[in-house]
Ligand binder design. Sequence first.
Ligand SMILES: N[C@@H](CCC(=O)N[C@@H](CS)C(=O)NCC(=O)O)C(=O)O
Length: 223
Amino acid sequence: MITVHHLNNSRSQRILWLLEELDLPYDIKRYERDRVTMLAPASLRAVHPLGKSPVITDDGTTVAESGAIVEYLVERYGNGRLIPPAGTPERLRYRYWLHYAEGSAMPPLLLKLVFSRLKASRMPFFVRPVARAIADRALNGFIEPQIKLHLDYMESELAKSAWFAGPELTAADIQMSFPLEAAASRGGLDQSRPRLMDFLQRIHARPAYQRALERGGEYALLS
Ligand SMILES: N[C@@H](CCC(=O)N[C@@H](CS)C(=O)NCC(=O)O)C(=O)O
C-alpha cells in the first residue's frame, strides 16, 4: 500500500492529486508544520533524513522528492496514463516541465518567501533599516525580475498547447501546479497572465483535484 507522508500546505498536495488521477488506493500519514517556523516536525526525519514532504513509502520502498515520486508512480502504476508515449516530442516536453517545476520555477518563489519573511521578522530596531534595505535590494534587483521572466515564459508556452507537454493533461502539469499556485498566492500571478490563470482554473475544476483537496485538508495556497 502506498503511504503519502503529507505535510499541511505543502507540495505533497500534488502527489495526492496524482494518486487520485491514477485512481490508486493510498493512505495518508499527516504531519503539521510548526506555526512559527513553518518547518516540518522532526518525526518526518524518521521517514527520510531531510524530513521534507512529500515522501512516500510503498511496500518497504521510500521515495522522496516530488519529481522522483511522480516518475515512480507513473512508471509503476500508470499503465501509460498521464505520460506521453516514449520517443515523441511531447515526451521530451513532459520531461522538461517535470524538472523545470522544482529546478527553475520554484527557486525565485522560495527566495521571495524568505526575503519577505526577513523583512517582516522581529529584530532590534537599529538593525531593521539595514536588513530591510538588503531584502529590498534582493527582491527588487533580482527576485521579482526573475519571477516575471518565468511567469512570462510559462504564459507564452501555454499558447502552444492546452497543457504544458501537449494537448493532454500529464503528470508534468501536476508537478507544475505547485509553482503556479505559489505564484498566484505570493508571486504576483494574476489575470494579466490569462493562460496561466486559466490553467489553474482548469486543474481546480478536475474531480480528482477536488478529491485530493478533501483528503489532504488545509492547503493555504488556494486562499
Ligand atoms: N524539491 C523538494 C522540496 C521539498 C520541500 O522543501 N518541501 C517543503 C514543503 S512544500 C517542506 O517539507 N518544508 C518543511 C521543512 O523544510 O521543514 C520536492 O519537490 O519534494
